[in-house]
Design a protein around this ligand. Structure first.
Ligand code: G3P
Ligand code: MG
Length: 241
């Protein structure tokens, strides 16, 4: 069955990567949450999609130039709607403290393809181990070097290579890096790729799938998961198959 993964939480109805978005995803019965992680100046992993705070907070500047204490003062909800004015940027640790008491699977995307944060992999790995969620976490990244680095750290955590580009025999390429899954942009999905994945024993998941017809295609073709901003709709549509 195709797993329904709430992309940045239930990001259609709440500010992405914040507690309200994650709580709503759980309430909508999503099976997993996808979130993005970057590193502060004091090396604390925090959940935010962009390298810069401009789009999703009331401030400006790069995450890498903020200490956590300063980042925590920012409003990460009002840009979306004034109803979410109290939302803050979460640390990965705050998220894990919440997640351990839920049945959710975590898709943690290392945002290290633009800024290759030093030591991001061991810092994240340490936290996942500490909270004992490694067996229900998938690490993903667009950065092939990071796939290799993470797979050297851990042979048990599932690692996925993310791509929005066409790569010749993608599953084999990803497998050689140490990945066990490929996460592809919807337009790259086709039957041949699914067959290649089956042949290499690689999982395949697709982002970002919000429309009825594309969801149904993913379910029918046999994707292992879809990342969606509307997990409530995805659960409903999957029940039709
Ligand atoms: O992990 C799937 C998806 O989140 C990758 O793209 O830009 O939404 O982080 P993006
Ligand atoms: Mg992401």
């Amino acid at each position: 069955m195709t797993m329904i993964i709430a992309h940045r939480g239930a990001s259609k109805v709440a500010p992405e990567n914040t507690m309200p978005a994650f709580e709503l995803a759980l309430r909508m019965k999503a099976e997993a949450i996808e979130t993005d992680v970057q590193l502060t100046k004091d090396n604390i992993p925090v959940l935010i999609h962009d390298e810069h705070v401009k789009r999703t907070t009331n401030s400006h500047g790069y995450i890498k130039d903020y200490h956590l204490a300063e980042l925590k003062k920012l409003d990460a909800g009002s840009w979306f709607s004034k109803n979410f004015g109290g939302a803050t940027i979460l640390t990965l640790e705050e998220f894990l403290q919440w997640m351990v008491n839920t049945p959710l699977h975590l898709h943690l995307e290392l945002k290290n393809n633009k800024i290759d944060y030093m030591h991001l992999e061991p810092i994240v790995y340490e936290l996942l181990s500490q909270y004992k969620v490694a067996d229900r976490t998938t690490i993903s990244t667009f950065n092939p070097d990071s796939v290799q680095r993470f797979s050297q750290l851990s042979s048990t955590i599932e690692i996925a290579l993310l791509t929005s580009r066409k790569i010749n025999n993608l599953p084999r390429y990803a497998k050689e890096l140490g990945a066990k899954a490929v996460h592809i942009k919807y337009r790259l999905l086709n039957k041949k790729l699914i067959q290649q994945c089956q042949h290499e024993n690689m999982r395949v998941r697709v982002y970002t799938v919000n429309q009825f017809s594309s969801m149904m295609r993913c379910f029918r073709i046999g994707c292992d998961g879809i990342f969606t901003d509307v997990p409530n709709k995805a659960i409903l549509y999957r029940n039709l198959t």
